[in-house]
Structure formats: structure tokens, C-alpha cells
Ligand binder design. Structure first.
Ligand code: GDP
Ligand code: PGA
Ligand code: MN
Ligand code: MN
Length: 612
């Protein structure tokens, strides 16, 4: 048995509640050693992981890792929000009683870390001193070294965050036990995995995966699920799966901030790292605040809606990242950045990595390359056309490596929000951009976000489904209560943000994307800000305001006039079909505010009137 007291003393971790928590789970999991870590331990832990074969070198200051082949994405079915109040049950949060789930998880964790080290990761999910910092402290316990290395990149890790708390008991208790990955029955009837957030006890218990989305508990479990629950319970804030960017206009000297939710693997990281198109580069600069999570609150003094990114790093999708689509992302994983690649293709001789879309075709000399499972590509049958890299393969890098990181990304104040956008992979119907001035209609639009599922979650790639506010996998409590809380928080702001729905993914009959996307996505966003400033009028449609061709800056954009017409038009019949589905979708939810239903009826009526 580990000497917990000695390890905590050695690390100078004084908070008595943290010490109790570590002791409890050290005993339960039977870990052999306890090690408290901080960001300063990174180099040593990297070396240990290299020596142990958990990481492999990928050139100067870059690393490669592989997760178990049945453990490569978030598992939505096995993810549960448990509380002591059945009223917290929603449609998407897989609610179960805390009294059932806690003992079940404890049983699975009992003795499961025998012979292993339990790492104690004290972290903060906010810039230090932020108004929401009281909800941002946590301690993750994990039995997996690569999880520590990822947490150090993705969050602020230091013991003092836990010793400085006003209330020593107010931190999130997060426990991660990997378990025996080869015998967990992933995806079968006998699946042993469970990813549970006991939200009203601020306790996270994850068993059965070491994939980032299931194992980096500061990020998704705390940053999103627990944060959302806390924001609602305290009536103070929202925790959303949003990117957050700044746009600086050199001509007027003005700064704008836009946040927005797109489902996983639908373009948040790329938007946040966006380099302005060449023709607009002199005038506009996009800066990165966050790419996956934003916490929003109203500043008591100014009355403005504010946002901040609780994370400290980027866990980005590798696929299609290249010089043309996202040069910024490539620089954030340059040699010397200490970035970690997961589940891409790897060449152990040269240390090179590759993923689909990195270059137009894979490396010519196949010899020496391993696919994401570690199988030599030279041994592949010609008939095997499966990708070299897993479609959800990732890179992990810390914010300081992001070339367009905002100067004030770490500032306590956060930034005022001018616009909130929703989007996703939607093949048809959704135009490039449509703006919505009204809060209830904006929230209604987010709640009815329909998009294709992606490889970031197990199982359902390509299936069209509703993903309310891009939060479906992270919903912590009932959707009706969520809608009301959203209306209350944003409604309290003095200067209301403009809402918009965007779609970079409309396709032609031949399956090609109609809009070039990536850097050109700045153009519809600039139009949105101009609309908010009253500099353009757009064209009023039943589902919002759409830009005219003249208003949109299209200089140098590679698009045919026909495709442009398609992505700027509203197909009334198609939309009316959608309205029936939306009504059914909304009816599932309890306590949906009347304001949301009114918005729905307004849009439905506008569509009917417009048809005639
Ligand atoms: P996130 O998971 O929401 O952060 O999404 P990412 O920004 O990582 O993008 C996910 C995938 O979508 C990647 O393969 C990107 O290359 C691709 N993607 C991102 N933005 C665009 C776009 O504007 N157009 C197209 N066609 N693909 C995009
Ligand atoms: P993503 O982040 O949204 O950038 O894919 C990870 C996730 O949501 O699983
Ligand atoms: Mn995400
Ligand atoms: Mn992302």
C-alpha cells in the first residue's frame, strides 16, 4: 500500500479535504504509489513515458502515442449524469440515481489500480482570478501516465490552486481508472465501461478508457458536464461546447468577440485558429481564445455578457489539417512544441507522422510506416482502403504554442461577447449564415441544431440527429431547465449578443462541399458583425437574415455563382418539412419555456406566410 501522507507532504499539498479524497481513492483502487504532479514535472514524465514505450519520439520535441484500438472516441451511451434528484433527468443526460451509480463505479474501481501509480493532478479550469474560478478547481486522480501528460497540456496543473481555495471543500473530485482495456467488452452487451458525473456531489468517476475525451476529466467531464450543472445550480453561468475568438479590425481599431457551438469534429478548432484570407489579412486579425469550451457569465459591473476558455491547450482533430486548410494548427505542432499525436499513422524509423489530408496522397515509400493500430502498411492487402490514421486521431498542444493565441487569453477578466453562433455538418437546408436578433429565437435555433454525427463519438458517424446547442453529449440536467437558464443568463446582459446559424458543410449532389470553408469562414462572420453594427441590412427570410451576394466580401473566393446561390437561399418546402421534426424534437423535453415554443410558432408561421 502506498504511503499517501508521505507523498502529499512531499508535494506540499496541505488542503485537508484534498488529502482525505486522495486517501479514500488510494485505498479503494489499491494503487501502489502516489505521486502528486504539476506542470513542472512534464519533462521527467515524458522521459518516463518514452522509456516505458507509452510514447514514441516523433522528431525533436514531439511525441506519438496510440490508444487501445477499441478505445478511440468518446462513448455517449456509457456516459451518465447521476444526481440525488430525479428532476435532473433529461432526454440526453442518461440520468441515473447517484445511489445506484456510485457504488457500481466504486465496485469496478476496487483494487483496479493494484501495482500502479496513482497520479494526483491538481488543476484549475479557468484563468486564475476569474469570476468563475471558484467553480474551476479540481483534482484528477489517474492511474495512467499519458493522461497526466495530456492534462498538463490541456489544463493549468499546480498544487497551489487547491491550497488557495476560500472553501477548502469546493473542488471537483475526479477519479479516472483505466481498467483492463482488453477485457472490458467495449461496445458489446457486457460493456464494463462507465463514465459518470455525480453532478450534485461534484464527483466524477470514469472507468474503462484512456482515450482523451473519456479520460481528461478536467476537460469534458468538469469543463462541460460539471460546469453546466454548477452554472445552473448557482444560477451564475453557462458552460458550453463553444469556440471563442477575437476579431481585430485594423482599420477601425475595434475588437469583437464571437463564441459558438458546433458538435465535436465540426470545425471549432479550425475556426479558432483561422488565418484571415490573404485579401483580408491586412485589415483583420483573428485571435484564439478557445476552441472547445467557453464559460459565459454576466459581469456585475459592466452588465456585459462575458466569456472565457477554461482550458489551457488544444485537443485537435488531425484529419485534413494541412498548409492550406490550417497553417496555424501545423505551427502549433512544430518541432519543439512538445505536442503529442494520438492514433495517427507513424514511421518508427524516421519518427514522422501522417494523417489523411496531411498531404494529397500518403507517403510514397510505404515501407516503414505503421497505420494507427500499429500494423505495417507494407503488409496491407491492396483491397484494404481503410484510412492510415483513425478518423478521430488527434494532436494535443498547449495554448502557448498556438501562433494566433490572444495576448490576453490568460487574463482574469475574460472578454465581452458580441455574437453567438451555432453550426454543424448539415448537408442541405442550412444556408452559409443566417442571423437572428432575438434571444428566444436564438436559443430556439440552438436547441434545434441538427447535424451529422462525427467520428469523435463511437458508432454513429454520418447519422443526422439533433444536437441541442452542440451540447447533446454534455447535457447535465433537463433540457427545458437548460433553455430557461440560458434565457436567464444571457437575458440579463445589457448589450445583447447577436445570434447566428452557420453552415460550412452544405454539399452538392456529387457530395462535394459547396463552400470552400476554413479561412474563408471569416467572411460570413465579418458580415454578421457588420449586421450587428447596422452597416449592412441583409435579406430578411422566415428563418433569419441572410447576406446578399453584394454584402458578402467574396474577393478571391473559389465558388461558382450557382453554388453561391444555393448556399444563400432558403428552401421553404424543405424548411417546412423540418419544422414538423422540430416540433416533435421539442416535445420530448419537460418544462420547455413558453418563449421557446413561441419562437417555434413564429418561425413556422413566417415560413407559411412566405410560401404564399
Ligand atoms: P472541432 O472538433 O469542432 O474542433 O472541429 P475541427 O476544427 O477539428 O474540424 C473537424 C474536421 O472538420 C477536420 O477534419 C477539419 O479539417 C474539418 N473542417 C473544419 N472546418 C472546415 C470547413 O470549413 N470546411 C470543411 N470542408 N471542413 C472543415
Ligand atoms: P472536439 O473536442 O469538439 O474538438 O472534437 C473533443 C470532443 O468534444 O470530444
Ligand atoms: Mn468538443
Ligand atoms: Mn476541436
Amino acid at each position: 500500500m502506498a504511503d499517501v501522507e508521505a507523498a502529499l507532504d512531499a508535494a506540499g499539498l496541505k488542503n485537508p479535504k484534498v488529502r482525505e479524497f486522495v486517501k479514500e481513492y488510494a485505498e479503494l483502487t489499491g494503487a501502489e504509489r502516489i505521486e502528486v504532479v504539476s506542470a513542472a514535472d512534464d519533462a521527467r514524465l515524458i522521459q518516463e513515458a518514452l522509456d516505458a514505450g507509452e510514447l514514441h519520439p516523433s522528431g525533436e520535441g514531439l511525441y506519438y502515442s496510440r490508444s487501445y484500438y477499441k478505445d478511440t472516441a468518446r462513448s455517449e451511451e456509457r456516459t451518465i449524469v447521476a444526481t440525488n434528484n430525479e428532476l435532473d433527468k433529461g432526454v440526453y443526460n442518461n440520468w441515473r440515481p447517484a445511489s445506484e451509480m456510485k457504488p457500481m463505479l466504486h465496485e469496478r474501481m476496487r483494487g483496479a489500480s493494484a501495482g500502479k501509480t496513482m497520479y494526483v493532478i491538481p488543476y484549475l479550469m479557468s484563468p486564475p482570478g476569474n469570476a468563475l474560478a471558484p467553480w474551476a478547481a479540481g483534482v484528477e486522480l489517474t492511474d495512467t501516465r499519458t493522461v497526466v501528460l495530456h492534462m498538463i497540456r490541456m489544463s493549468r496543473v499546480a498544487a497551489h490552486f487547491l491550497d488557495e481555495l476560500d472553501d477548502p471543500d469546493h473542488f471537483v473530485r475526479a477519479v479516472h481508472v483505466t481498467g483492463d482495456l482488453e477485457n472490458l467488452g467495449q461496445g458489446t452487451e457486457a460493456d464494463q465501461r462507465y463514465f459518470v458525473t455525480v453532478a450534485d456531489e461534484r464527483t466524477i468517476l470514469h472507468f474503462g478508457s484512456s482515450y482523451g475525451g473519456n479520460a481528461l476529466l478536467g476537460k469534458i467531464a468538469h469543463g462541460l458536464r460539471q460546469g453546466a450543472y454548477d452554472g445552473w445550480a448557482s444560477k451564475k453561468f453557462l458552460a458550453e461546447q463553444y469556440m471563442l475568438i477575437g476579431i481585430h479590425d485594423n482599420e477601425t481599431g475595434k475588437d469583437y468577440h464571437i463564441c459558438g457551438g458546433f458538435p465535436s469534429a465540426s470545425g471549432k478548432t479550425n475556426l479558432a485558429m483561422m488565418l484571415a484570407p490573404d485579401v483580408l489579412g491586412e485589415r483583420y486579425h483573428v485571435s484564439f481564445y478557445g476552441d472547445d469550451i467557453a464559460w459565459l457569465w454576466v459581469d456585475e459591473e459592466s452588465g456585459r455578457l462575458m466569456g472565457m476558455n477554461p482550458e489551457y491547450g488544444v485537443f485537435g482533430v488531425a484529419k485534413d489539417t494541412n498548409e492550406r486548410t490550417n497553417p496555424t494548427a501545423l505551427h502549433s505542432i512544430d518541432p519543439g512544441t512538445h505536442a503529442i499525436f494520438t492514433n495517427v499513422a507513424y514511421n518508427p524509423t524516421t519518427g514522422e507522422v501522417w494523417w489523411e489530408g496531411r498531404t494529397p496522397s500518403p507517403p510514397e515509400e510505404v515501407h516503414g510506416w505503421l497505420d494507427w493500430t500499429g500494423s505495417p502498411l507494407a503488409d496491407r492487402k491492396d483491397s484494404d482502403s481503410s484510412p492510415w490514421a483513425h478518423p478521430n486521431s488527434r494532436f494535443t498542444t498547449t495554448l502557448a504554442n498556438v501562433p494566433n493565441i490572444a495576448k490576453d487569453f490568460d487574463a482574469a477578466a475574460g472578454v465581452p461577447i458580441d455574437a453567438i453562433i451555432f453550426g454543424g455538418r448539415t448537408r442541405d437546408r442550412e444556408p452559409l449564415v443566417r442571423a437572428i436578433h432575438d434571444l428566444a429565437e436564438g436559443v430556439y435555433d440552438g436547441l434545434t441544431l441538427g447535424a451529422e454525427a462525427t467520428a469523435a463519438a463511437e458508432g454513429k458517424e454520418g447519422v443526422l440527429r439533433y444536437d441541442p446547442m452542440s451540447n447533446r453529449p454534455f447535457m447535465a440536467y433537463g433540457e427545458g431547465d437548460y433553455a430557461q437558464h440560458y434565457l436567464d443568463v444571457v437575458g440579463a446582459a445589457t448589450d445583447q449578443p447577436i445570434f447566428a446559424h452557420v453552415n460550412w458543410f452544405q454539399r452538392g449532389d456529387d457530395g462535394r462541399f459547396l463552400w470552400p470553408g476554413y479561412r474563408d469562414n471569416l467572411r460570413p462572420l465579418l458580415w454578421l458583425l457588420q449586421l450587428r453594427n447596422g452597416e449592412v441590412e441583409g435579406r430578411q427570410t422566415p428563418v433569419g437574415i441572410v447576406p446578399t451576394k453584394e454584402e458578402l466580401n467574396l474577393e478571391g473566393v473559389d465558388i461558382t455563382p450557382e453554388d453561391l446561390d444555393t448556399i444563400l437561399s432558403i428552401d421553404n418546402a424543405r424548411w417546412q418539412e423540418e419544422m414538423a421534426n422540430r416540433a416533435e424534437h421539442l416535445e420530448q423535453f419537460e418544462r420547455m419555456p413558453e418563449a421557446i415554443w413561441e419562437a417555434h410558432r413564429r418561425v413556422a408561421k413566417a415560413l407559411e406566410d412566405d410560401q404564399g
